[in-house]
Design a protein around this ligand. Structure first.
Ligand code: SF4
Length: 224
């Protein structure tokens, strides 16, 4: 496991991809909306939905809380599951507006309280909650996604069925709590997953192949 220590993996990925400066957004609200819209779809589709909301001047807490639901569904249609996502996004915005008045006030809670409250909202799972806490709230919580889970299974042999909390704890206990580092480390795993550690991995040229258990076993002709 030592060869796959998270900071070593990060150094290798960062050396290849450079600092990635995630999350791409102009405002904290855009991050929140993007985190909900990106569920079960690619970021490219989310960009279409966000562009529609911007064009209609609807990308704000107040606008989404008050917008007609059918109109919202049409605007976010490119992100897929648009009926479900429209209801979720509207519900989240109405809740925050009704209980806190502003997104800033909602996000100003401490990390534990903010995460707990987000998880009580309909349609907010752990990855969505942590993305909002880290990127919109600027608070140190490590985001686990499918790319990170897949890469860690192959590189370090963590269980394919490892729970979200367990894998988050693995990183949390080995990586110093730092918002900038947490953001970039998550972004590096996303980049790795898109370019190399895909469903069918492209190991030649992958920045992690020198420390990857899967790559080593394939080279030795073993089943992984
Ligand atoms: S070497 Fe292959 S399996 Fe290992 S992280 Fe890279 S792409 Fe994934």
């Amino acid at each position: 496991m030592s060869a796959a220590a998270p900071m070593k993996l990060y150094a290798l990925m960062r050396g290849r991809f450079g600092f990635l400066n995630w999350w791409p957004a102009d405002t904290k609200f855009e991050i929140l909306a993007g985190a909900v819209l990106t569920q079960q779809t690619s970021w490219k589709n989310v960009e279409g939905a966000l562009a529609n909301l911007k064009r209609e001047h609807a990308l704000s807490l107040e606008s989404i809380a008050h917008i007609n639901i059918t109109k919202l569904e049409q605007l976010i249609r490119p992100s897929g599951f648009y009926r479900q996502k429209a209801a979720r996004l509207k519900g989240i915005c109405s809740y925050i507006l009704g209980n806190y008045g502003t997104l800033e006030r909602f996000l100003s809670q401490n990390v534990t309280a903010l995460r707990k409250e987000l998880l009580l909202l309909n349609g907010v799972g752990e990855e969505t909650a942590d993305s909002i806490v880290l990127y919109a709230g600027g608070k140190p919580v490590f985001v686990i996604d499918a790319y990170t889970r897949r890469a860690m299974h192959r590189v370090a042999g963590t269980s394919e069925n490892i729970s979200y909390g367990e894998l988050q704890g693995f990183f949390g206990s080995r990586v110093r709590r730092n918002v900038r580092l947490y953001k970039d480390m998550h972004a590096q795993f996303v980049e790795l997953g898109k370019r190399y550690c895909k469903a069918k991995p492209v190991c030649e040229g992958c920045p992690l192949n020198s420390v990857c258990m899967y790559f080593r076993s394939k080279k030795q002709g073993e089943n992984y």
